[in-house]
Design a protein around this ligand. Structure first.
Ligand code: NAD
Length: 281
């Protein structure tokens, strides 16, 4: 079982499949990440907002794996976009993880209606973290095309990735295509729509025919389209199931049948990044 590596525009690589820890209780995180690492995951996606960076660091350090064997992503929380706040928040991330660097650090949301619409100075602060080596790669999350275009016009370094909501019901096709054009790798959050796509007849038909689970079929669809995914689960059996994607393949007609499930904007389950303005207290 080998997870492919995706090349990033900064010369680094990222494992195409990882383990997401959104909504995992801080007290359960180390155990879930330990299960994931034992199963063979080598890429963990956390965030300041999830409150569970400490558990991620604990599990990685206890695993006996070398630091360079595990790819760790975290994200800047929404209250810390102002450059000095961002610097302090990034220090806290490294302290919580108890690590000297992260492999990837993202601006979690663009928040275009806050901070006078200025996410560019926030981005330039992430450029500092990359320059001093404490973030090996930097990227963004939930950026729309016009947000990416602003960075292209005003920043020195372009994002290595854009992490966006993307699943069969909401394929975010324009943002994904723009990323592909610009050399920005697309990461799909909620890749199985938190389970909502698993009962779809098109998915269950393919799963039944191939003797695979619906989650495996949908995750395999992402993999074959070149997208980076990190499904979340706390159930050991599902954690292992979601990694077992590399000993089967979908025929082009099955890929097309899943692609045909796109509902456009109606399929979005999370907030619209143009309007999202939540700052945790
Ligand atoms: P997901 O699509 O990965 O779905 C997770 C849920 O699906 C689980 O809670 C479980 O109920 C179910 N599930 C998982 N595996 C299953 C299986 N094999 N069979 C049946 N059901 C299964 O949703 P997610 O957690 O929202 O997204 C994945 C990751 O993406 C997160 O953990 C986080 O790292 C990231 N994320 C990022 C953002 C962002 O704004 N950048 C937002 C949401 C999530």
């Amino acid at each position: 079982m080998t997870v492919p590596q995706i090349s990033l525009n900064d010369g680094r690589t990222i494992p195409q499949l990882g383990f997401g820890v959104y909504q995992i209780d801080p007290g359960e995180t180390a155990a879930a990440v330990t299960t994931a690492l034992e199963a063979g995951y080598r890429h963990i996606d956390t965030a300041q907002m999830y409150g569970n960076e400490r558990g991620v660091g604990e599990a990685v350090r206890a695993s006996g794996l070398g630091r360079d064997e595990v790819f760790i992503t975290s994200k800047l929380n929404n209250g810390f976009h102002e450059p000095d706040e961002a610097r302090r928040a990034f220090d806290r991330t490294l302290t919580a993880l108890a690590l000297e660097h992260v492999d990837l650090f993202l601006i979690h949301w663009p928040l275009p209606t806050l901070y006078d619409g200025d996410f560019v100075s926030t981005w330039k602060t992430l450029e500092e973290f990359r320059a001093d080596g404490r973030a090996r790669s930097i990227g963004v999350s939930n950026f729309q095309i016009e947000h990416l275009q602003r960075l292209e016009a005003e920043a020195d370094v372009q994002p290595a990735v854009n992490q966006i909501e993307l699943h069969p019901y909401f394929q975010n096709a324009d943002v994904r295509a723009y990323g592909a054009e610009q050399g920005i790798a697309t990461e799909a959050w909620s890749p199985i729509a938190q389970g909502a796509v698993l009962d779809d007849p098109a998915v269950t038909e393919i799963a039944g025919r191939l003797g695979r689970s619906p989650a495996q079929v949908v995750l395999r669809w992402h993999i074959q389209r070149g997208t980076i995914v990190f499904p979340k689960s706390v159930t050991p059996e599902r954690i292992r199931e979601n990694l077992a994607l590399f000993d089967f393949e979908l025929e082009p007609a099955d890929v097309a049948a899943i692609t045909a499930l796109d509902r456009g904007e109606r399929g979005r389950t999370g907030p619209n990044p143009d309007r999202f303005a939540y700052v945790p207290s």
